[in-house]
Design a protein around this ligand. Structure first.
Ligand SMILES: Cc1cc2nc3c(=O)[nH]c(=O)nc-3n(C[C@H](O)[C@H](O)[C@H](O)COP(=O)(O)OP(=O)(O)OC[C@H]3O[C@@H](n4cnc5c(N)ncnc54)[C@H](O)[C@@H]3O)c2cc1C
Length: 413
């Protein structure tokens, strides 16, 4: 039986998160530009913690809320209404720190838990994730050229990374590097934890990106940087290798399920806000003697936004359901990744269009969201790669079962 209702305790939790975002985070967000971002985070975190809203995905014995995927998804849709990321930092569930905490929790040793996870969960440190490289490793991460060579009980890393989000403001980096060039392709890499700053891990610059358009923070303060990094004879103790040697890829995969729900829920929150703004505009603005919202051509646009948002919600809910039940999400994850990115781009674009020149201006957040949404088509793997894999699953399902249903949500009914 399909049951779309949420347990009462999760509904209650969602209400508590919503209230915290409305009453505490959004007023703080209004101070951005006059107050420093990280000062606001430092004020918000103790308040979130005191309210019992802390690290939603981390087990209670570690000081988190110990939520399952569904509960976490509900938290994320409320946190996602804080578009500056302050809400995410307030609850200590901001990317990439949150997903990396999970990786350390799952694959780290007891010693790594104490040295690295504990301060992360306490909000005393932040971690970045350095995998992508400018030269080859992007969509095809097996192109990584950064090497790690074992000398006694120390690994020596050399290479370069780029788009390491948050590296400039992190105290820790998880770096994936090639340790075993002769192993099978997906077993050649290992992951290391490196305390920052470190001699040999040099941040060349934060790369200016399209999504920076219209950011409001205090002049000169670094908040969301994506770093280009040079790694030269970086010495890492053997005890800082996470998981087993050659596990670098498994670790990266482990982040996927959690990351999809977090990312998608925040995209849905943003698209919902854009559609709300569009509707407000449509009832307030007139053109040719009528409200915009009374024009059929405009209503069609609103209908398309509502359709896409509805479908995105259903997809993400289904993925949460599968994760809760320990089922494989590879098929749905790939489809949803592309659909949710398309949905966000097109809803924000339509909302911007309906605001005309006002939408194009930086007086509203729509132009900024439009620029930001563009990145969603390749962050976490480009659309084409996900579509390529989804297409292969269609063929495989047909060849295996005589129908493509298994690759097209066929287990729904
Ligand atoms: C804002 C932002 C934050 C990021 N944060 C991080 C981070 O914290 N840590 C990290 O390690 N990385 C991070 N990344 C990098 C991100 O993971 C990569 O952008 C992504 O993996 C794609 O790699 P690439 O950009 O090098 O694209 P490329 O590999 O250069 O691919 C370029 C294009 O080629 C096409 N293409 C590639 N393969 C195929 C194919 N098989 N079939 C058809 N077309 C194809 C697609 O159009 C693709 O967009 C971030 C990126 C952005 C934009």
């Amino acid at each position: 039986m399909i049951d779309f209702s949420f347990p009462a305790e999760l509904q209650d939790l969602r209400g508590r998160v919503a209230a915290f975002i409305d009453e505490t985070v959004l007023p703080a967000e209004e101070q951005l530009g006059t107050r420093r971002y990280w000062d606001l985070v430092a004020e918000l975190q103790p308040q979130a913690r005191a309210a019992g809203l802390w690290c939603p995905f981390i087990p209670a014995e570690w000081g988190g809320m110990g939520l399952g995927h569904l509960g976490n998804a509900l938290v994320q849709i409320e946190v996602g209404r804080s578009f500056s990321g302050l809400g995410g930092w307030a609850l200590n569930c901001m990317s990439p720190t949150d997903a990396t905490m999970l990786t350390i929790l799952e694959h780290g040793s007891a010693d790594q838990h104490e040295r690295f996870l504990r301060p992360l969960v306490d909000g005393r440190t932040r971690v970045c994730f350095s995998m992508t490289e400018k030269n080859v490793a992007g969509a095809n991460a097996t192109g990584m050229e950064t090497t790690a060579r074992l000398e006694g009980d120390t690994w020596v890393l050399n290479g370069e990374k780029w788009f390491s989000s948050g590296a400039t403001t992190s105290n820790l980096a998880m770096i994936v590097a090639k340790t075993d060039p002769d192993a099978p392709r997906h077993r050649q890499y290992s992951a290391f934890l490196v305390e920052l700053p470190a001699e040999g891990y040099r941040i060349v610059r934060d790369i200016p990106v399209l999504g920076d358009v219209g950011l409001t923070h205090v002049e000169g303060e670094i908040v969301h940087g994506h770093a280009e990094v040079r790694i030269e004879d970086l010495r890492v103790p053997a005890a800082n290798l996470v998981g087993g040697r050659g596990d670098g890829f498994v670790l990266a995969q482990h982040r996927l399920g959690y990351g999809r729900l977090r990312h998608s829920m925040r995209s849905i929150a943003k698209a919902q806000a854009a559609l709300d703004m569009a509707a407000k505009r449509c009832v307030e603005r007139t053109a040719f003697g009528r409200r915009l919202g009374d024009l059929q051509g405009v209503q069609w646009q609103l209908a398309d936004c509502a359709r896409d948002l509805y479908l995105a919600r259903l997809m993400v809910l289904h993925i949460a359901y599968k994760l809760e039940n320990g089922q494989d999400i590879a098929t749905e994850n790939g489809i949803a990744k592309v659909f949710v990115a398309d949905m966000l781009s097109s809803v924000v674009d339509r909302a911007l269009q309906l605001h005309g020149s006002l939408g194009y201006s930086l007086d509203l957040p729509l132009a900024r969201w439009f620029a930001e949404a563009r990145g969603h088509h390749f962050i976490d793997g480009p659309d084409e790669v996900h579509r390529w894999k989804s297409g292969r699953r269609v063929i495989a399902a047909y060849e295996r079962t005589g129908t493509t249903a298994g690759a097209a949500g066929g287990d729904l009914f």
